[in-house]
Design a protein around this ligand. Structure first.
Ligand SMILES: N[C@@H](CCC(=O)N[C@@H](CS)C(=O)NCC(=O)O)C(=O)O
Length: 261
């Protein structure tokens, strides 16, 4: 049996779950407390991040690596396209979604959910979020290039990489208009069973996430500002948010494998 260290609201974990469902692979979920990570999770996740897949004693981390591992180990119902060029295209879309699009979502969440800033600064960061969503979505639409799926002929990893972010953007009222190619893709993709499965897990955990402000702001679950997340919040004008959060211990940087927190 495959075991997935999961978090219902993690876009990275959702991508893996969509791949597991599309491939018809049964799995069990463990949802670790990321604010107080248990030893079994720390043993398999050197970056203290979900998702991690455990298969027959082997622990695989990083969502893109896990999805590729699943296709390597279980070749039936592949989620990556066949041709080298289509595979490269899908990987390029996934890497930009997981870095730059994720950073916009993360930054907007810091304002909307964790109330890192209000007034003029909060409004400016949210406005930058809306503008950057629009810019990124225009690029995504160009990648769709008139096809039905980001993966090429059929739904697959390219679509799984975009869907979680589009879902959060729609919760933030930034989804593409339904009468655009990207909006029509979103309607088609939402019907996929793997996405529906992710919605069930996300809904079960959303109340806890929304009420985690006390946990975050007391320093018990510092939010991880790293690479593109850090880049985006600074460019959005939030450099003092970073400085103050690091000083207060409500923001942490990335975890060096092997290091204590
Ligand atoms: N590059 C990693 C990123 C994983 C990641 O950032 N996971 C977040 C959840 S969305 C996490 O576990 N963060 C730890 C924390 O919030 O303490 C992947 O693709 O799997």
């Amino acid at each position: 049996m495959l075991t997935l260290y999961d978090a219902g609201l993690s876009p990275f974990a959702q991508k893996v779950k969509m791949a597991l469902v599309a491939k018809g692979l049964p799995f069990e979920r463990i949802v670790p407390d990321l604010g107080n990570p248990p030893a079994d999770f720390l043993n398999v996740s050197p970056r203290r991040e979900v998702p991690v897949l455990v298969d027959d004693g082997a622990a695989i981390f990083d969502s893109a690596i896990i999805v590729e591992y699943l296709d390597d180990k279980f070749p039936d119902n592949p989620v990556l396209p066949k041709s080298a060029v289509d595979r490269a295209k899908v990987r390029m879309i996934a890497t930009l979604c997981d870095s730059q699009l994720e950073a916009i979502i993360f930054g907007v969440t810091e304002i909307m959910v964790f109330k890192r800033a209000s007034g003029e600064l909060g409004d400016a960061i949210l406005a930058k979020g809306r503008a950057d969503f629009a810019t990124f979505f225009a690029w995504l639409e160009s990648q769709l290039g008139g096809r039905d799926w980001f993966n090429g002929d059929a739904y697959g990893m390219g679509d799984m990489a975009v869907l979680p972010y589009m879902q959060t953007a729609s919760l933030y009222k930034a989804a593409p208009a339904v009468d655009t190619p990207l909006g029509r893709w979103f309607e088609r993709a939402k019907a996929q069973p793997g996405f529906q499965r992710c919605l069930v897990d996300a809904k079960a955990e959303i109340a806890d996430f929304r009420s985690a402000t006390e946990k975050v702001m007391s320093g018990r679950w510092p939010r991880q500002y790293r690479d593109h997340r850090l880049d985006w919040i600074v460019r959005a004008g939030g450099i003092n948010i970073v400085r103050d959060g690091l000083a207060a211990g409500t923001i942490r940087l990335s975890n060096l494998p092997g290091a204590a927190r």
